[in-house]
Design a protein around this ligand. Structure first.
Ligand SMILES: NC(=O)c1ccc[n+]([C@@H]2O[C@H](COP(=O)([O-])OP(=O)(O)OC[C@H]3O[C@@H](n4cnc5c(N)ncnc54)[C@H](OP(=O)(O)O)[C@@H]3O)[C@@H](O)[C@H]2O)c1
Length: 280
């Protein structure tokens, strides 16, 4: 089990990815985002998760450059993820989207590039492009996001390379038990988006009780629960005190009883779209 913020999990291709990263969804380009990224890196984060559709890759890149100037952290120490948007899924268009993301970020490579959504009839061509980028050594790891078991099975019928990551909505109201089991069997690492259910679980009395027992916050208990399930987590915050709080997960361990109790909160409830029924 991870012992500190810089601990990593080894993906099936041998690349190491931090267990914890900073999410930046819904944060606009500008100083607040640059500051959040520099602050996270200064406080020990090594992984940042963005996407083309967030339209904030330039500020993420600026934050990374500023952090590298201010700290001893180098590009190789960092793990940067972005995602190809639905409209760009297609062989040539995905290759072009990768170049556009690199340019906005001001980076020469990404550590992880993901297909953002399993758009029917389009994700296989997108995946072929990601395989090319990977085979050419342009990206360290490739994966998918919002893929259900049947999407993964379908993709893997034709894929040359198995996705290293599947980034999905995952929190105590959506515990994704089957998908987690399948991912472990397949060696596809699961990564949690909206791990805090966008703030929707922080008042839950049972979670508050567990948090009080450890002298931790509810957010910390939920993020620790992710790690103890073997799931990478990427909470978003632009507030320095929460960026610090969300990374202070390595000085306590939930008991199996606590984990089971948290699992029982599952209602298969999503805050985001259903991957089998989305229209964008
Ligand atoms: N692949 C996908 O389709 C997909 C979809 C959604 C998200 N994501 C990724 O996953 C990341 C995380 O998901 P998310 O941003 O949707 O939601 P989240 O991380 O579950 O929750 C973020 C919200 O919780 C607040 N918060 C953070 N830490 C807190 C703490 N310790 N105490 C109280 N409130 C706290 C934040 O506010 P403040 O900023 O004000 O602190 C923000 O309002 C995204 O940023 C993005 O990188 C991916």
């Amino acid at each position: 089990m991870s012992k500190n913020l810089q601990d990593t999990v080894t993906l099936h291709n041998g690349i190491n990815m931090p267990w914890l990263g900073l999410g930046v969804f819904k944060v606009e380009e500008g100083p607040e985002l640059v500051q959040a990224v520099t602050s996270a890196i200064a406080h020990g984060y090594r992984s940042i998760d963005t996407a083309a559709i967030y339209e904030n890759e330039s500020s993420v890149g600026q934050g990374i450059r500023e952090a590298m100037l201010e700290t001893k952290v180098s590009r190789e120490d960092l793990f940067v993820t972005s995602k190809v948007w639905n409209a760009d899924l297609g062989y040539e268009s995905t290759l072009a989207a990768y170049e556009a993301s690199l340019e906005k970020l001001g980076l020469e490579y990404l550590d992880l590039y993901l297909i953002h959504w399993p758009v029917h009839g389009k994700y296989k061509e997108g995946w072929r492009a990601l395989e090319t980028l990977y085979q050419e050594g342009r990206v360290k790891a490739i994966g998918v996001s919002n893929f259900q078991i049947h999407h993964l099975e379908d993709l893997m019928k034709d894929a040359v390379i198995k996705p290293m990551i599947n980034q999905v909505e995952f929190h105590p109201r959506l515990t994704q038990k089957e998908l987690l089991r399948f991912s472990k069997e397949q060696g596809i690492q699961l990564e949690a988006w909206s791990p805090l259910m966008q703030g929707g679980l922080l008042d839950n009395p049972m979670l508050k009780e567990i948090a009080a027992k450890y002298g931790k916050s509810v957010a910390q208990v939920i993020l620790r629960w992710d790690l103890q399930h073997g799931v990478i987590t990427i909470p978003k915050s632009t507030k320095e005190h929460r960026i610090i709080e969300n990374a202070a997960l390595f000085d306590f361990e939930l008991t199996q009883e606590d984990i089971d109790q948290i699992d029982e909160l599952n209602q298969n409830l999503r805050v985001g779209p259903d991957p089998d029924n989305f229209d964008f």
